[in-house]
Design a binder for this molecule. Structure first.
Ligand code: ADP
Ligand code: MG
Length: 225
């Protein structure tokens, strides 16, 4: 049994010696990483450096990685990808609620991401940014301890991306999940995160604390006061 102190100080994510290879090629080469509960971490790295592989491992989506090292992650994890992965045959609210109950929670989540009034819209009636807002609402409604996001704004135009940055930071400040945001956008990493990691040659090559206060304010123009 863990002591109370251990429970309170235990990191949300703890990796030791995590390794993953594809056909003899080592992509993750013994990753050691602790993410304290509530921390907002950005993970940078060149295309092909293994960012998505690491995220999938932490999400529990990669069965091969099990046993390669030590991997501890919270039970309630939400994942957001570059495409919203909304089911086209379900209305927005039904997508958000999928597998959960509590319509009111779903409505509240949609309200929080600026999609009030769009509950009955079909996914193909949403813009790219709105679809990602819905994806964030779908992740929120599950009250995740850890939010994993794999280049969630990578397909959006620059202006929409800025609005999404404001929204994500605001949601994080309100709900305080641990966040691991994969991105190849250095500005995005520095603006949003409290800590920036760079994945290089299968290891965490750089681990930088970003000092508060952040250089931006984060009010989402689509949200009310
Ligand atoms: P990133 O997200 O940083 O762009 P990935 O984690 O997607 O990188 O991929 C890292 C490397 O692992 C790439 O060379 C990719 O081709 C390889 N890879 C990822 N998934 C698989 C897979 N399922 N089968 C074979 N190779 C893979
Ligand atoms: Mg990737």
């Amino acid at each position: 049994m863990a002591t109370l102190t251990e429970q309170l100080t235990r990191p949300a994510v703890r990796l030791r010696g995590l390794t993953r290879s594809f056909d003899q090629r080592t992509v993750l080469d013994g990753i050691d990483l602790d993410i304290p509960a509530g921390q907002f971490v950005a993970l940078l790295g060149h295309s092909g450096s293994g960012k998505s592989t690491l995220l999938r491992a932490i999400a529990g989506l990669d069965h091969e990685v099990v046993g390669s090292g030590q991997l501890t992650a919270p039970e309630r994890i939400s994942v957001v990808f570059q495409d919203s992965r909304l089911l086209p045959w379900r209305r927005v609210l039904d997508n958000v609620l999928l597998g959960t109950d509590g319509t009111e929670k779903g409505r509240a989540a949609l309200d929080e991401v600026g999609l009030k009034g769009r509950e009955r819209a079909w996914p193909n009636e949403l813009s790219g940014g709105e679809a990602q807002r819905a994806a964030l609402a779908r992740s929120l409604v599950r009250e995740p301890e850890l939010l994993l996001a794999d280049e969630p704004f990578g397909a959006l135009d620059a202006l929409t991306r800025i609005k999404m940055h404001a929204l994500l930071r605001e949601l994080w400040e309100r709900h305080r999940p641990s966040v691991l945001l994969v991105t190849h956008d250095v500005d995005e990493a520095i603006v949003l995160a409290d800590r920036v990691l760079v994945l290089e040659e299968g290891r965490i090559g750089l681990d930088l604390a970003i000092e508060p206060p952040h250089p931006r304010s984060y009010r989402d123009p689509l949200l009310g006061e």
